[in-house]
Design a protein around this ligand. Structure first.
Ligand code: SF4
Ligand code: SF4
Length: 92
């Protein structure tokens, strides 16, 4: 199950993440962080579905998603074949 973690002292309060969360679990905190702004907070960290919209949007890398479900389904890239010989040129 995915879970969102927020490094509140990295957050600059742009709230771009709030706009893109499909679960609407991100919101401005009532409290101030070390930078003196209201950072992003979550109403329910475990309701996160791991879509990664917020992490892609955050300019300050203040969000971390624990155990996003699709991470396990990533297809392996096929290994590059460096031994692929070119056919000889046939110019007649
Ligand atoms: S996008 Fe990043 S910096 Fe902006 S409010 Fe969200 S966590 Fe904070
Ligand atoms: S990963 Fe998706 S569901 Fe989870 S907090 Fe970020 S935007 Fe919301």
């Amino acid at each position: 199950m995915a879970r969102v973690l927020i490094n509140k002292n990295r957050c600059k309060g742009c709230y771009l993440c709030i706009a893109v969360c499909p679960e609407k679990i991100l919101l401005p905190s009532q409290e101030l962080n070390e930078r003196g702004i209201h950072p992003c907070d979550t109403s329910d960290a475990e309701a996160c579905i791991g879509c990664l919209n917020c992490t892609r949007m955050c300019p300050d890398a203040a969000l971390i998603i624990i155990d996003p479900p699709r991470a396990k389904a990533d297809a392996k890239e096929p290994a590059a074949n460096h031994d692929n010989p070119q056919p000889p040129a046939d110019n007649g």
